[in-house]
Design a protein around this ligand. Structure first.
Ligand SMILES: Nc1ncnc2c1ncn2[C@@H]1O[C@H](COP(=O)(O)OP(=O)(O)OP(=O)(O)O)[C@@H](O)[C@H]1O
Ligand SMILES: [Mg+2]
Length: 278
């Protein structure tokens, strides 16, 4: 059950910094995401989007700042202002409340779709096998894959695998879903089916942070977009507003480039004969 206090953000990131060796890749990120909100994180390659998502669910440790999820300080215990690293067990518990879907479908290859989805609830949450399998079937149905429950990942298309990955994350009943370019490794014709599942999830009220270059998804589904560049938040606001009228030059340049690329890929590569010519 969520313990979120009304009005308090579900995700509260405050002045988050992260360095790899001597390079600072997050330079003080402040982001709030409220319960039920969908936030798209946009930005050029290397701007720190993946790193920030990984910091939220403690796949990376942060060097400064703090991240709270549902009122809990992630990774640390704060005793009178001094931070103490939590035990691995506590961190695993915190992480268990956050679902993450990556660019590459990382399903267990030797398990069926159904087994992939039921694995976490059975192994990690120690729930009854019968109940976990029943719920896994319902989740596969929800992502449109009821018929593929007994298929192995290699027998599924990229789009289907990614939908299994979403069902698998949902099986843990997360408070928050993080998506890191979930459609960018897919053939163009498979992108829509994954975005449709994400759109339904958003409509059902899931809190989501989505790194994506799918500008139309960001505009139509996200409540807000956050544009990052060089490890800082350059601009943020209601998605339709920022996408239609970006204020900062870097946001404008980025959006122009992405939209031009998407427009190019939407235009047929082979010239289509005009019947009027024949
Ligand atoms: N494990 C790591 N070790 C060293 N440097 C890293 C590591 N992970 C990321 N970086 C660096 O941190 C910077 C931010 O990377 P990150 O992957 O967060 O960017 P991104 O915005 O997700 O980019 P992309 O759009 O290409 O996925 C990059 O310069 C990257 O090379
Ligand atoms: Mg990335």
């Amino acid at each position: 059950m969520s313990t979120t206090t009304p009005g308090k953000p579900l995700v509260h990131a405050l002045n988050v910094t992260k360095s790899f060796h001597s390079t600072q890749v997050l330079k003080g990120i402040d982001i709030d995401v409220h319960s039920g909100e969908v936030v798209c994180l946009l930005g050029p390659s290397g701007s720190g989007k993946t790193t920030f998502l990984r910091c939220i669910n403690q796949l990376e440790t942060i060097n400064g700042g703090r991240i709270w999820v549902d009122g809990e300080l992630m990774g640390y215990d704060d005793r009178d202002g001094t931070l103490y690293r939590l035990s691995d067990k506590r961190i695993a518990q915190q992480r268990g409340e956050i679902g993450m879907v990556f660019q590459r479908f990382n399903l267990f290859p030797h398990k069926t779709a159904l087994q992939n989805v039921a694995e976490g609830p059975i192994q990690v949450q120690k729930r009854s096998k019968a109940e976990a399998l029943k719920e896994a079937r319902e989740l596969l149905d929800r992502v449109g894959l009821a018929e593929r429950a007994d298929h192995y990942p290699a027998q599924l298309s990229g789009g289907q695998q990614q939908r299994v990955a979403i069902a698998r994350a949902l099986a843990m009943k997360p408070k928050l879903m993080l998506f890191d370019e979930p459609t960018s490794a897919l053939d163009p014709e498979l992108v829509g089916e994954v975005l449709d599942v994400m759109r339904e999830l958003a409509e059902a009220g899931m809190t989501m942070i989505v790194v994506t270059h799918e500008i139309s998804f960001a505009r139509d589904v996200a409540d807000r977009v956050v544009f990052m560049d060089g490890g800082v938040v350059v601009e943020e606001g209601p998605s339709k507003e920022v996408i239609a009228r970006p204020q900062h030059e870097r946001t404008k340049t980025f959006l122009r480039r992405i939209l031009a690329e998407q427009h190019e890929s939407a235009v047929p590569q082979v010239p289509v004969a005009d019947p009027a010519d024949g």
